[in-house]
Design a protein around this ligand. Structure first.
Ligand code: ATP
Ligand code: MG
Length: 178
Protein backbone atom coordinates (compact mmCIF):
# COMPACT_ATOMS: atom_id res chain seq x y z
CA UNK A 1 0.00 0.00 0.00
CA UNK A 2 1.17 3.49 -0.76
CA UNK A 3 1.62 5.50 2.46
CA UNK A 4 2.52 8.75 0.74
CA UNK A 5 1.40 9.56 -2.78
CA UNK A 6 2.31 12.92 -4.23
CA UNK A 7 1.10 14.15 -7.61
CA UNK A 8 2.35 17.31 -9.30
CA UNK A 9 2.87 19.00 -5.93
CA UNK A 10 3.89 22.62 -6.20
CA UNK A 11 4.55 25.11 -3.45
CA UNK A 12 5.27 28.77 -3.96
CA UNK A 13 6.34 31.36 -1.45
CA UNK A 14 5.29 34.56 -3.15
CA UNK A 15 6.50 34.15 -6.70
CA UNK A 16 9.28 31.72 -5.76
CA UNK A 17 8.46 28.17 -6.72
CA UNK A 18 10.08 26.09 -3.99
CA UNK A 19 8.48 22.74 -4.84
CA UNK A 20 8.16 22.22 -8.57
CA UNK A 21 5.84 19.49 -9.78
CA UNK A 22 6.90 16.80 -7.28
CA UNK A 23 5.71 13.27 -7.98
CA UNK A 24 6.54 10.37 -5.71
CA UNK A 25 5.15 7.34 -4.00
CA UNK A 26 6.32 5.83 -0.71
CA UNK A 27 5.17 2.37 0.27
CA UNK A 28 4.41 0.70 3.58
CA UNK A 29 7.59 -0.64 5.19
CA UNK A 30 9.82 1.56 3.09
CA UNK A 31 12.50 3.88 4.43
CA UNK A 32 12.52 6.80 2.06
CA UNK A 33 15.03 9.58 2.26
CA UNK A 34 15.88 12.57 0.21
CA UNK A 35 18.90 14.82 0.14
CA UNK A 36 19.41 18.24 -1.36
CA UNK A 37 21.34 21.42 -0.87
CA UNK A 38 20.37 23.98 1.77
CA UNK A 39 17.25 25.70 0.57
CA UNK A 40 16.35 22.95 -1.90
CA UNK A 41 12.89 22.58 -0.37
CA UNK A 42 13.19 19.43 1.76
CA UNK A 43 11.63 20.98 4.85
CA UNK A 44 9.02 22.75 2.74
CA UNK A 45 8.01 19.39 1.31
CA UNK A 46 7.59 18.00 4.84
CA UNK A 47 5.66 21.09 5.97
CA UNK A 48 3.37 20.79 2.97
CA UNK A 49 2.48 17.13 3.31
CA UNK A 50 1.92 17.47 7.06
CA UNK A 51 -0.33 20.50 6.71
CA UNK A 52 1.96 23.03 8.39
CA UNK A 53 1.84 25.05 5.20
CA UNK A 54 -0.60 24.96 2.28
CA UNK A 55 0.24 23.60 -1.14
CA UNK A 56 -0.05 25.88 -4.16
CA UNK A 57 -1.03 23.20 -6.67
CA UNK A 58 -1.14 19.45 -7.17
CA UNK A 59 -2.38 16.89 -4.68
CA UNK A 60 -1.22 14.27 -2.22
CA UNK A 61 -2.60 11.39 -0.20
CA UNK A 62 -1.35 10.20 3.18
CA UNK A 63 -2.32 6.61 3.97
CA UNK A 64 -4.96 6.85 1.31
CA UNK A 65 -6.45 10.02 2.78
CA UNK A 66 -6.55 12.93 0.36
CA UNK A 67 -4.97 16.23 1.33
CA UNK A 68 -8.34 17.93 1.72
CA UNK A 69 -9.04 15.49 4.58
CA UNK A 70 -5.54 15.66 6.06
CA UNK A 71 -6.80 16.24 9.61
CA UNK A 72 -8.00 12.62 9.64
CA UNK A 73 -4.47 11.42 8.95
CA UNK A 74 -2.57 13.70 11.31
CA UNK A 75 -2.95 11.50 14.40
CA UNK A 76 -1.18 8.73 12.51
CA UNK A 77 1.83 10.85 11.54
CA UNK A 78 4.80 11.42 13.83
CA UNK A 79 7.02 14.33 12.87
CA UNK A 80 10.40 15.40 14.06
CA UNK A 81 10.71 18.98 12.81
CA UNK A 82 14.00 20.64 11.92
CA UNK A 83 13.53 23.22 14.66
CA UNK A 84 11.69 22.41 17.85
CA UNK A 85 10.39 24.43 20.72
CA UNK A 86 10.95 22.09 23.61
CA UNK A 87 9.68 22.73 27.13
CA UNK A 88 13.12 23.40 28.50
CA UNK A 89 12.11 23.39 32.16
CA UNK A 90 10.69 19.88 31.98
CA UNK A 91 12.74 16.79 32.66
CA UNK A 92 13.13 14.57 29.60
CA UNK A 93 10.96 11.74 30.86
CA UNK A 94 8.20 14.08 32.05
CA UNK A 95 8.27 15.85 28.71
CA UNK A 96 7.72 12.56 26.90
CA UNK A 97 4.94 11.59 29.32
CA UNK A 98 3.22 14.89 28.69
CA UNK A 99 3.62 14.77 24.92
CA UNK A 100 2.63 11.11 25.00
CA UNK A 101 -0.66 11.94 26.67
CA UNK A 102 -1.37 14.50 23.96
CA UNK A 103 -0.60 11.87 21.33
CA UNK A 104 -2.76 9.23 23.03
CA UNK A 105 0.28 7.12 23.82
CA UNK A 106 -0.37 4.36 26.34
CA UNK A 107 3.26 3.69 27.27
CA UNK A 108 4.06 3.30 30.98
CA UNK A 109 6.94 5.14 32.63
CA UNK A 110 9.32 2.16 32.25
CA UNK A 111 8.31 1.84 28.59
CA UNK A 112 9.04 5.51 28.06
CA UNK A 113 12.44 4.97 29.65
CA UNK A 114 13.00 2.18 27.14
CA UNK A 115 12.11 4.61 24.37
CA UNK A 116 14.66 7.07 25.76
CA UNK A 117 17.23 4.29 25.77
CA UNK A 118 16.44 3.47 22.15
CA UNK A 119 17.30 7.01 21.10
CA UNK A 120 20.38 7.08 23.34
CA UNK A 121 19.06 9.17 26.21
CA UNK A 122 19.08 6.57 28.98
CA UNK A 123 21.06 8.80 31.34
CA UNK A 124 19.04 11.93 30.69
CA UNK A 125 15.54 10.93 31.79
CA UNK A 126 15.69 12.99 34.99
CA UNK A 127 17.60 15.93 33.56
CA UNK A 128 15.91 19.13 32.53
CA UNK A 129 15.84 19.62 28.79
CA UNK A 130 17.55 23.00 29.14
CA UNK A 131 20.65 21.12 30.30
CA UNK A 132 20.64 18.90 27.20
CA UNK A 133 23.25 19.30 24.49
CA UNK A 134 22.21 20.04 20.88
CA UNK A 135 22.41 16.36 19.95
CA UNK A 136 20.46 15.29 23.03
CA UNK A 137 17.69 17.71 22.12
CA UNK A 138 17.56 16.17 18.68
CA UNK A 139 17.27 12.74 20.22
CA UNK A 140 14.33 13.69 22.41
CA UNK A 141 12.64 15.13 19.32
CA UNK A 142 13.07 11.74 17.65
CA UNK A 143 11.53 10.04 20.69
CA UNK A 144 8.66 12.51 20.61
CA UNK A 145 7.99 11.73 16.95
CA UNK A 146 7.55 8.06 17.88
CA UNK A 147 4.91 8.69 20.56
CA UNK A 148 1.48 7.39 19.71
CA UNK A 149 3.00 4.69 17.49
CA UNK A 150 2.43 6.58 14.26
CA UNK A 151 2.07 4.70 10.97
CA UNK A 152 4.13 7.33 9.16
CA UNK A 153 7.26 8.75 10.77
CA UNK A 154 8.89 11.81 9.26
CA UNK A 155 12.30 12.82 10.56
CA UNK A 156 13.79 16.08 9.35
CA UNK A 157 17.59 15.70 9.49
CA UNK A 158 17.56 13.22 12.38
CA UNK A 159 21.31 12.72 12.52
CA UNK A 160 22.76 16.15 11.84
CA UNK A 161 24.68 17.21 14.94
CA UNK A 162 24.56 13.70 16.35
CA UNK A 163 27.73 11.84 17.30
CA UNK A 164 28.82 8.91 15.06
CA UNK A 165 27.85 6.19 17.52
CA UNK A 166 24.38 7.64 18.05
CA UNK A 167 24.02 8.05 14.29
CA UNK A 168 24.47 4.31 13.89
CA UNK A 169 21.97 3.68 16.72
CA UNK A 170 19.40 5.94 15.10
CA UNK A 171 19.93 4.22 11.77
CA UNK A 172 19.38 0.86 13.48
CA UNK A 173 16.26 2.23 15.19
CA UNK A 174 14.86 3.35 11.85
CA UNK A 175 15.47 -0.10 10.38
CA UNK A 176 13.78 -1.69 13.41
CA UNK A 177 10.76 0.64 13.16
CA UNK A 178 10.39 -0.21 9.50
N1 ATP B 1 8.02 30.48 5.38
C1 ATP B 1 8.74 30.79 4.30
N2 ATP B 1 8.54 31.92 3.62
C2 ATP B 1 9.24 32.24 2.52
N3 ATP B 1 10.19 31.44 1.99
C3 ATP B 1 10.44 30.30 2.61
C4 ATP B 1 9.74 29.90 3.79
N4 ATP B 1 10.21 28.69 4.18
C5 ATP B 1 11.15 28.37 3.29
N5 ATP B 1 11.30 29.31 2.34
C6 ATP B 1 12.22 29.27 1.21
O1 ATP B 1 12.01 28.05 0.54
C7 ATP B 1 13.24 27.50 0.08
C8 ATP B 1 13.37 26.08 0.61
O2 ATP B 1 13.56 26.11 2.00
P1 ATP B 1 13.57 24.78 2.87
O3 ATP B 1 13.63 25.18 4.30
O4 ATP B 1 12.44 23.92 2.45
O5 ATP B 1 14.93 24.10 2.40
P2 ATP B 1 15.67 22.80 2.91
O6 ATP B 1 15.93 21.95 1.71
O7 ATP B 1 14.94 22.20 4.04
O8 ATP B 1 17.06 23.42 3.40
P3 ATP B 1 18.05 23.02 4.63
O9 ATP B 1 18.93 21.92 4.12
O10 ATP B 1 18.82 24.27 4.88
O11 ATP B 1 17.20 22.61 5.80
C9 ATP B 1 14.34 28.45 0.54
O12 ATP B 1 14.66 29.28 -0.55
C10 ATP B 1 13.67 29.25 1.64
O13 ATP B 1 14.19 30.54 1.70
MG1 MG C 1 15.42 21.83 6.01
Amino acid sequence: MSIVEVNHLTKKYGTTEVLKDINLEIYQGEVFGFVGHNGAGKSTFIHTITGITNKSAGSFKIMGISDSQLNHAKKRIGVMPDVSNLYENMKGLNFLRYMGKLAGDKRSKPELKTLMKEVGLEDAAQKKIKSYSFGMKKKICIAQALLGNPDLIILNEPTSGIDPESTINIRDLVIKLK
